[in-house]
Write a protein that binds this ligand. Structure first.
Ligand code: MG
Length: 266
């Protein structure tokens, strides 16, 4: 099931996406609909409305507003190697502020103080329940769903600083979407990032160094996770810079495609 967050007029709601294609743009405007639900999509039975709206009549928002975004670094071996590093011995965590989040179709804004801003296509896990100290074998129970993410990174600032807060923390540096897919076979899912239609990253999610249950156990041993919190599972090899006017798309098979354009900031 696909759950999106959307606006129509002055109303903002979550809704179930019905009969859509693999992206908002690829959906047939004649048949694709969104059915609002009452309240939040986490922690209980959904209460779908009787009415639906045609997909083209609503504005898609970030599918979730996390209290925090936890990133996992160097979690595909080939990517660690392209950075000249080894895969870490345990999951390497960092935080992105929730003000980095933008939705599908929103612009990634290049800050003028960076000369190299990279895309990092990633599978994002959306936490569905308040949890702490989750055991590896219980991790599935706290997953609310999955979405596509771009862990946008100011690479020059990441190399210059000894930690990553600035490099990972600019506004618009965490596009998420287009929707939350509540079920995903991560053993089969493929991730692909394209810039202006050219494939730049392609990998199997199964190639993660630390799998999703291990990541959830590791992170939740440190901090309480809240419904809607997002964990970025890491990016495959093939990272590269974004330029003004680029269009960058992250596709995870079984979820769909997140697309964002790029523009210069102040
Ligand atoms: Mg990353």
């Amino acid at each position: 099931m696909r759950i999106a967050r959307f606006a129509i007029g002055d109303t903002v709601a979550y809704g179930i996406v019905e009969s859509a294609g693999d992206s908002i743009a690829d959906s047939d405007p004649e048949i694709a609909r969104i059915r609002p639900i009452r309240g939040m999509p986490f922690g209980g039975e959904l209460e779908p409305a009787e009415t639906t709206f045609p997909l083209p009549t609503v504005r898609f928002l970030p599918p979730v507003l996390p209290s925090k975004i936890v990133g996992i670094g160097k979690n595909y071996l080939a990517h660690a190697q392209e950075l000249g590093a080894y895969a870490p011995e345990e999951p390497l965590m960092f935080l992105k502020p929730n003000t980095t989040v933008v939705g599908p179709g929103a612009s990634i804004v290049l800050p003028s103080i960076s000369e190299r801003v990279d895309f990092e296509g990633e599978l994002a896990v959306v936490i569905g329940a308040l949890c702490r100290n989750v055991a590896v074998e219980d991790a599935d129970m706290v997953i609310g769903g999955y979405t596509c993410a771009n862990d946008v990174t100011a690479r020059d600032l990441q190399m210059r600083d000894t930690q990553w807060t600035r490099a990972k923390g600019f506004d618009t540096f965490a596009p998420l979407g287009p929707w939350i897919e509540t079920t995903l076979d991560t053993t089969q899912a493929q991730i692909q990032t394209s810039v202006n239609g050219e494939v730049r990253q392609a990998a199997a999610v199964a190639d993660l160094v630390f799998g999703i249950p291990q990541i959830i156990a590791h992170v939740s041993a440190v901090m309480t996770l809240l419904p809607g919190d997002v964990i970025l599972t890491g990016t495959p090899a093939g990272i590269g810079p974004l330029q003004d006017q680029d269009e960058v798309s992250v596709t995870v098979t079984g979820i769909g495609t997140l697309s964002n354009d790029v523009r210069l900031g102040d």
